[in-house]
Design a protein around this ligand. Sequence first.
Ligand SMILES: Cc1cc2nc3c(=O)[nH]c(=O)nc-3n(C[C@H](O)[C@H](O)[C@H](O)COP(=O)(O)OP(=O)(O)OC[C@H]3O[C@@H](n4cnc5c(N)ncnc54)[C@H](O)[C@@H]3O)c2cc1C
Length: 403
Amino acid sequence: MAVTTPYTERTDEQRAICEMVRQFADEQIIPSAEHYDHEDSFPEPIVEQMKELGLFGVTIPEEYGGMGLDLTTYAMIVEELSRGWISISGIVNTHFIGGYLLMKFGTDEQKQRYLPRMATGEIRAAFSLSEPELGSDVAAIKTAAKRVDNETYEINGTKMWVTNGLRAALVFVLVRTDPSVEPKHRGLTCFIAEKEPGVSENTGQYAGVNVPPQIKKMGYKGVESTELVFDGYRCPAENILGGEDTGLNKGFPQMMDALEVGRVNVAARGVGIAQRALELALKYSQERKTFGKRIAQHQAIQFKLADMATQIEAARLLTLRAARLKDAGERSDLEAGMAKLFASEAGRFCVEEAFRIHGGYGYSKEYEIERLYRDAPLLLIGEGTSEIQRMLIGRKLLERNKL
Ligand SMILES: Cc1cc2nc3c(=O)[nH]c(=O)nc-3n(C[C@H](O)[C@H](O)[C@H](O)COP(=O)(O)OP(=O)(O)OC[C@H]3O[C@@H](n4cnc5c(N)ncnc54)[C@H](O)[C@@H]3O)c2cc1C
C-alpha cells in the first residue's frame, strides 16, 4: 500500500527524483530486503542498479560526474531508500559523508583524484571515528599517525564500527597526530586512507590495514560493520584531507562539520523507516479482525495511527528545515541535532507501535515489521546518541541565548 509523503515546496526535479527512487524501493528493494536481511548478505544486484541510477553521486558536482543536487534533495532520496530498507541507505550514507568532506575540505588534486570515481560508485567511501573504547567521546581518539619521512605518515591503532569497512576503497579516518596538545581535539587529523575494496588482509602499497570478520548485529544486516586494524599502515602526507599545510590537526572541526550533514541524513532515515512502519500498520489494521470488526475500527488503534502519522510529519519538517538551512549556507548544528533526535526517536516509536498493531504476527519473520523492529534502534546510536544530541542542543541553545 503506497501512502503519499506530501512534501510541500518540492521542486519538479525533487518530485521526479523522489518518485523514481520510491518506485525503485517498491520494485527492487522491498521485495528482496527480507532475503538479504535473513542471510545477512550484501545486496550486490541492488547496489549495481543504484550505480546505474546515479545514486552514489547525488551531491557530487556535475563537473565531477555527479548530479550536483543539494542536501535537501539528498534527504528526500534517503527517506525513500530507508523506507525500503535502512541498510541500503547505509551503503550510500558513509559514501555521501566522504564526498562531503572532499567537496568542502579537499584540495583540487584530491577532488580530481577521487570524486569522479565516487560519483559513479566505482569506488565507495567509509568514515571512521569510533574505536573500541570510544564513540561519543571523539576527542579521546587513540589511533595515531606519526611522520616517518618527508612524504609519509604511519598509522597504528584499531577503529571500530566502520560501516562499509570491508568494501570501501577509501576510509576518511580521524587519528591523533599531536598527542600533547590540550584540548585534545586540536590534535586530530583526517587521513584519506586507501585500501583494496573487499580484501581483509591488504598487501603491497596498502599493507598494514586489515579488516577482521564483520561484526554480527541485531539488525542493519546486509551492510557490513567492521573493525579496521592499522598496524604500520603507510599513508602519504598528501592524503591528509585538505593537504598537510591546511589539514594537519584540523580533523576534528572537519568531521564535526560532516556530522552535521550526517545527522540530517540519519534524521531522513528515521522518517523513512517510520513512514514504512505506518504503511504496514495501516494495511494490517484494515485486514485483521477482532471482536467482529477490523482492528482499525477500534479507537485505540486509530490513536496509534494518528500519533504515528503526526510524529512522521513533524520529523519530516524538522529534517527538511535543517537541510534547507545548511543548503542556504547557515549554521544548522542545533537544527540538525533536533532533527536527528526527534526523527530517530520517531522511527523507533512508529516501528514499535506498528509492531504492537501486528500482535503476535509482528514477532514472526514472515512479516516485514519484524525486520524494522531490529533495524530502528540503530538510528538512536549512529552519528551521536540521543543523549549526545540533547547535550549538543542544550549547549547551542545557551550559546545562542547568552545573557
Ligand atoms: C551498526 C553501527 C554502525 C556504526 N557505523 C559507524 C561508522 O561508520 N563510523 C564510525 O565512526 N562510527 C560508527 N558507529 C559507532 C557509533 O557512532 C557509536 O556507537 C556511537 O557514537 C556511540 O558511541 P559508543 O557506542 O562508544 O557509546 P558510548 O559513547 O560509550 O556511550 C554509552 C552510553 O553513554 C551515553 N553517554 C556517553 N557520554 C555521555 C554524556 N556525556 N552524557 C550523557 N550520556 C552519555 C551514550 O548516550 C550511551 O547511552 C556505528 C555504530 C553502530 C552500532
